[in-house]
Design a protein. Structure first.
Length: 349
């Protein structure tokens, strides 16, 4: 008999289960991120201190057969902030698919949102055209598409060998001699790694960046502190001018599997004081890129959104990709008004 309850394991077990199922199901046909122990701990467990309200698991006896992990989150809805969650990676072992386990996990997540008066949950995808049927049956579901990506190729040759499709291999092979790594010349004056004492000023910058957002992730002070610095996972650089932090770039690395493995970097946040010049904004991004190259990153990506100026990214060598990403909004009730044409901020996870 299948029982759905709060996940009982730790970051190591979560990482083992997720990657084993994902790789066995999709690993031979699609690029996949590897959620290792350090990443799972950062996003979901925080050394056992993170709440487990939305960490759900399906057990057959003591045997783990499915998971649904979401993070508690403050979310921007119109011009107000509400309680909700972010995540929505439902994972069921191949041997137990077709038994309604995903639907049971979705319904339990719905119940917990209703019990806590949480208003909605957000998910993000770059591949699936619409959410699985169990979401649509259990929740009030809306999709917002048209989110584009930015990409920078540090090693186009490695990307060509790693890609699954002939078109991608040809693209990266042709791009290799055209790449220009001008970020290597950027001056690091006034740019340094983030320190905990910078948190208050960084919160001000992030709040300014999020001002136009009408649907998406926002931050409590505690969540932003973990986003900017948690053990060795996120890497954050700040621009300091006249003794005050006036810009930040925060990112994290992931191992990606394709035809082999390579390391990717995801830029989560860019925020600047309005007075910072375009040249200094570019310098801060490029110093962060210098650090990525030193660590052997093959490519970097970020979502288009507030804080990601097209001029800044194009000058730094980033390339826009097609608008294939979308946000999934799941609502426990049907009386929630969503913006018709929202300004979205979310994470590339």
């Amino acid at each position: 008999m299948i029982e759905v309850r709060t996940f009982e394991g730790d970051a190591s077990e979560a990482s083992w289960f997720l990657n084993r199922v994902w790789q066995s199901t999709y690993g031979k046909t699609a690029p996949l991120p590897v959620w290792d122990k350090r990443f799972c701990d950062w996003r979901l467990f925080r050394d056992g201190q993170a709440p487990r309200d939305y960490l759900l698991a399906a057990y057959e006896g003591r045997h783990l057969v499915g998971t649904l992990f979401a993070e508690p989150a403050r979310l921007r809805l119109g011009r107000v902030e509400v309680d909700g969650s972010y995540g929505l990676r439902a994972t069921v072992t191949n041997s137990h698919r077709g038994q309604g386990i995903g639907a049971k996990l979705a319904k339990e997540l719905l119940r917990r949102h209703q019990d806590r008066a949480a208003r909605l949950t957000l998910g993000f995808t770059t591949t699936e055209p619409r959410p699985p049927g169990f979401w649509r049956r259990a929740w009030n579901t809306r999709l917002f598409g048209g989110l584009g990506l930015w990409m920078y190729a540090f090693d186009a040759k490695a990307l060509a060998g790693w890609s699954f499709t002939d078109n991608e291999r040809r693209l990266f092979t042709l791009a290799h001699p055209l790449l220009r790594h001008r970020f290597r010349e950027a001056d690091g004056q006034g740019i340094r790694p983030y320190q905990p004492a910078d948190l208050g000023r960084c919160m001000t910058l992030v709040r300014g960046m999020l001002r136009p957002v009408t649907l998406g992730y926002t931050y409590t002070t505690e969540q932003l502190a973990a986003q900017l610095q948690y053990r060795d996972v996120p890497r954050t650089f700040v621009l300091e001018q006249d003794g005050e932090v006036r810009g930040l770039v925060s990112s994290h690395s992931l191992l990606m599997t394709g035809v082999g493995e390579l390391t990717a970097e995801v830029v989560d946040l860019m925020a600047f004081d309005a007075a910072v010049s375009s040249e200094d904004r570019q310098r801060l991004l490029q110093v962060a890129m210098q650090d990525m190259e030193r660590r052997g990153v093959a490519f970097a990506g970020m979502l288009r959104g507030p804080g990601t100026s097209a001029c800044l990214l194009l000058r730094s060598g980033w390339v826009p990709l097609p608008r294939r990403a979308q946000v999934t909004c799941l609502m426990p009730t049907c009386d929630l008004d969503l913006p018709a044409d929202p300004c979205v901020f979310t994470h590339l996870r």
